[in-house]
Write a new protein. Structure first.
Length: 226
């Protein structure tokens, strides 16, 4: 795993991968922000590769807040490559886009045969009592058989009410490379290219909670490192 942060202030904080545990075939890594992220001018890049047959569990100790950028912009880009039979779980914490923020987020994942991806994320548009900032979110998940999930979403104070029906929190769990572990329901979408997406909207974070689904997904693909 490699993380690079181009900072608005060279003395400001960065994002540091911290190895929590490892053995011969698996590891757990915590992505630790060393101070406030994101500010105007920040650009976070995470490159992550899991070799064939290995397992990596990524955790985040807390959420991320994109602060008011006063006309500036920031970016958060993640690129993932999974080898044959590799397993990656990423337990993302809420990503909050505060009023006045402007963020471009991208996620690009490539999976080889037999690889498994389990990803949790939550997008929060505005802190309590705020209007949402602006976020452009692009996602591309591709296996050897072709695209599994391709999304290009833009939310801001004008579009979010119409697109999300008055909700401000969007929580998702994505599972690729393994059978779904939760029964069909209104939150579950079986993707044509393979894989399963659970998605729930809420006005508050607890209304969109997919904790039981995430736990079921984790259990279905075995224990984490350590």
């Amino acid at each position: 795993m490699r993380s690079t942060v181009t900072l608005s202030d060279p003395t400001a904080s960065s994002l540091r991968p911290l190895l929590v545990h490892h053995d011969a075939t698996s590891a757990r890594v915590s992505l630790v922000p060393e101070g406030a992220l994101l500010l105007a001018g920040d650009r976070v890049e995470v490159d992550l590769a899991v070799d064939a047959g290995a397992r990596l569990d990524v955790i985040e100790p807390g959420g991320t807040v994109a602060f008011d950028m006063r006309g500036g912009r920031a970016a958060w880009d993640v690129r993932i490559a999974l080898g044959r039979g590799a397993v990656l779980t990423w337990a993302g914490e809420p990503f909050v886009v505060a009023a006045g923020a402007a963020v471009a987020r991208s996620l690009r994942v490539r999976l080889r045969d037999g690889a498994v991806l389990a990803l949790r994320e939550s997008l929060v548009l505005g802190r309590h009592g705020e209007e949402p900032g602006r976020v452009h979110q692009a996602t591309e998940v591709v296996t050897g058989a072709g695209p599994v999930l391709v999304e290009d979403l833009t939310f801001d104070a004008l579009t979010a009410p119409a697109l999300l029906g008055g909700h401000r929190v969007m929580s998702s769990v994505l599972l690729v490379g393994a059978p779904p572990s939760a029964p069909a329901g209104p939150d579950r979408f079986d993707l044509e290219g393979g894989g399963t997406l659970w998605r729930r909207l809420g006005v508050q974070a607890h209304e969109s909670d997919l904790g039981p689904t995430w736990r079921a997904v984790r259990e279905s693909i075995g224990s984490e490192a350590g």
